[in-house]
Design a protein around this ligand. Structure first.
Ligand code: SF4
Length: 722
């Protein structure tokens, strides 16, 4: 393996910051600045800087584990793989293929996500596959598809943000979740643009805002409707744009007009003058953007909430125009690519729908199977987890830790414990892996090559920089070995580039078309934005032929004589000419305010909202193993307003209990005026007594099946310190 610097990308969030990795003789790996990657221009947060610590962690798994007499003991790879194959086979024989569940993750590379979906449907024959990205941005994805006909987190590159006139950032704390991205907002302000942040908490991001609106959790939908009402009332609608580029305005307009600003003020707590000011700042510049993140999306009405913000963009002519638009700030490292290649319950590669006969035929042909043999859509992530131990008897889990990250986590933990068989692939013994019958130790980001797709839709090459430790294998090798043991000898290559070549063919012609992208292009061009179809019939034939040589030749034809490129350049900006709907017009979707699924009452009078801190990532399975990050963020806390603390008699650092209808969590109080008095906040990265997701409500959005992580009714109690 190389001892010089290898340019690659961070393993964590959807920014996918570029970094250089250099192995040192003592076995450590040095991270250095990689200034050529435009997204972060060398900047990294503490998570990215310390990511190599997990590679050499003392708790790194380097041997398969199997459960014997109730405890996990080391085993050979053959023993462990045989046991998984036997476990899955016997359950399938006894209960049918849908008794086999598969759960993936938004951190898996495109190649792994693609192979996992194929493995579930071709090898296991099960419909019961979904992934933790369902808990991330699925509401924004559903709303984007409804309105624009296509979901790509940001339909424009991040570099457009500083050039627009105003950004409304809804429910995003970029300063903590992806700090290098904060510079786009700083530059926006330096250029004279304005930043409006909408968040129940005065976060470090909100502190940067020209205007911070702090609505009650779960009322972002009403807030957007109030703004749309004012668009009409103040004559700010862009009638020409609405006429030429949209459909459905009349119904959306009528729905918004039912939301008088004073009514919205009562629901949200945001005053009418603040609403008017926000709208003025948004409408006065020539261009403006709305960016959402988990705040409005992780709600049982997340799709409608995002839809309302999209309606605001459409009514003011701020979508599909230069430097304007709606975008979602996807969270997980491959949250974008992870939802495009078939690990989602209702999707096939290329972002195709599983219940579309033409899509089934296309993908089945690439896979060399009968389209009728492919199962139909399965359950969404929470519904799948909730069914464990009932009709789903086994689970194969990759790249996820639902014991910490799923809503109503104590219940999910019990469901997992009730399984007949659980197999987990991970790099450390996560809280979920600790419950498994078999644990397979797998390679990490720097030890393998693969592609990810960042929040802009930019496909990236993550290069292998170091040799993996003895004893671990890649997830692709795991699926290859299991497929062979389950009777499928071909179609599960272990070489990531070979998988990518097949993914290209499977995605060709689909909404997320990667067919014009190759590893070579990714290396040479520092990423390519999808859609990137093959440029010509001839080229399509070459890709369809499926030989690596033919495929690699396609994008590397020299430019035509007139200088025009002979390959598709990729698509950094979407929708400038037309939206991805049948008629090319964006669709207004009429939506109405509705309350959170669980309103506070006498017994549970406060709202809990959950989120992240800068030094930890997701369930913390990796970052909780890094000393520097643990020192910065050692454990959970309950953020509460001084008035609430006074009522409890709690001082800073005192343990307090937060109790919901689903359980109880205890953590030290962090008292601050930056949160509303009717709301408490907990970060969700930790297991055990302070596990925030013990409390959260699995009420699901009817369209996206997103649980309501962002608002549930709780009571807060003082706890005697021991
Ligand atoms: Fe960049 Fe995100 Fe990694 Fe931090 S965690 S270095 S923001 S990709």
């Amino acid at each position: 393996m190389e001892t010089s610097a290898t340019p690659t990308h961070c393993p964590y969030c959807a920014l996918q910051c570029g970094m250089n990795l250099t192995p040192a003789p003592d076995g450590t790996v040095e991270v250095t600045e990689r200034a050529d990657f435009p997204v972060n221009r060398g900047a990294l947060c503490g998570k990215g800087r310390t990511a190599p610590a997990v590679l050499a962690s003392s708790v790194r798994l380097t041997s398969p584990l199997v459960r014997e007499g109730g405890v996990l003991v080391p085993a050979t790879w053959d023993e462990a793989l045989d046991r998984i194959a036997e476990g899955l086979s016997s359950i399938r024989s006894a209960h049918g293929p849908d008794a086999l569940g598969v759960f993936g993750g938004g951190g898996l590379t495109n190649e792994k996500a693609y192979t996992l979906g194929k493995f579930a449907r071709v090898v296991l024959g099960t419909s019961q596959i979904d992934y933790n990205g369902r808990f991330c941005m699925s509401s924004a994805a559903a709303a984007g598809i409804k309105a624009f006909g296509l979901d790509r987190g940001l339909p424009f590159p991040l570099e457009d943000i500083p050039k627009t006139g105003c950004v409304i950032l809804v429910g995003s704390n970029l300063a903590e979740t992806m700090p290098p991205a904060l510079r786009y907002l700083t530059e926006l302000k330096d250029n004279g643009g304005t930043l409006i942040v909408i968040d129940p908490r005065r976060t470090r991001t909100a502190e940067q805002a020209d205007l911070h609106l702090a609505p009650r959790p779960g009322t972002d939908l009403a807030l957007a409707l109030g703004l749309l009402h004012l668009v009409v009332a103040e004559g700010r609608a862009d009638e020409e744009y609405i006429r030429e580029r949209t459909t459905g305005w009349e119904d959306a307009r009528a729905a918004a007009m039912a939301h008088w600003p004073e009514y919205v003020e009562r629901i949200t707590g945001v005053s009418v003058p603040q609403l008017r000011e926000a709208l003025r700042l948004f409408c006065e510049p020539e261009a403006a953007m709305v960016l959402t993140a988990r705040g409005p999306e992780q709600q049982s009405k997340g799709t409608d909430t995002v839809g309302a913000w999209i309606n605001l963009c459409l009514a003011t002519g701020r979508a599909g125009r230069p430097l304007s638009g709606y975008g979602c700030l996807t969270g997980q490292g491959n949250g974008q690519g992870g939802r495009e290649h078939g690990q989602k319950a209702d999707q096939l590669p290329g972002y195709r729908k599983l219940n579309d006969p033409a899509a089934r035929r296309h993908v089945a042909e690439v896979w060399g199977v009968d389209p009728d043999s492919l199962p139909g859509p399965g359950r969404s992530a929470y519904e799948l987890l909730d069914a464990l131990g009932t009709d789903i008897k086994s689970l194969l889990l990759m790249g996820s830790n639902p014991v910490v990250s799923a809503p109503r986590a104590a219940h999910v933990e019990e469901r997992i414990k009730s399984l007949d068989f659980l197999a987990v692939c991970d790099v450390v013994l996560s809280e979920t892996a600790a419950l498994a019958d078999v644990v397979l130790p797998v390679t990490q980001w720097a030890e393998e090559t693969g592609t990810t797709t960042n929040l802009e839709g930019r496909v990236l090459l993550r290069r292998q920089a170091i040799t993996p430790p003895e004893g671990v294998r890649s997830d692709l090798e795991v699926m290859h070995e299991l497929a062979a043991r389950l009777g499928v000898e071909k179609g599960f290559p272990t070489d990531p580039e070979e998988v990518f070549e097949e993914l290209r063919r499977a995605s060709a012609g689909g909404p997320a078309d990667y067919s014009g992208i190759t590893y070579r292009r990714l290396a040479e061009e520092n990423g390519v934005f999808w859609p990137c179809p093959t440029p010509s019939e001839e080229a399509a034939g070459a890709v369809g032929a499926g030989t690596e040589e033919a495929a690699l030749d396609v994008p590397h034809n020299p430019p035509h004589d007139d200088g025009t490129p002979s390959v598709h350049p990729g698509t950094p900006r979407l929708f400038l000419d037309r939206f991805a709907t049948d008629d090319g017009r964006a669709r207004f979707v009429p939506v109405l305010h509705r309350a959170v699924a669980e309103e506070p009452d006498a017994e549970y009078p406060v709202l809990l909202t959950t989120g992240r801190v800068v030094a930890q990532y997701q369930s913390g399975a990796q970052t909780r193993r890094v000393d520097e990050l643990n020192a910065a963020a050692p454990g959970p806390f309950v953020e509460l307003h001084p008035r609430l603390a006074e009522r409890l008699g709690a001082a800073e650092g005192d343990p307090v209990a937060v109790v919901s209808r689903r359980g109880r969590a205890v953590a030290p109080a962090r008292i601050t005026t930056s949160i509303r008095p009717d709301t408490v906040f907990m970060p969700f990265h930790w297991p055990g007594e302070g596990r925030a997701n013990t409390l959260t409500n699995p009420a699901l959005d009817p369209t996206s099946r997103m649980p309501e992580f962002k608002a549930c009714a709780v009571r807060v109690e003082a706890v005697e310190a021991v």
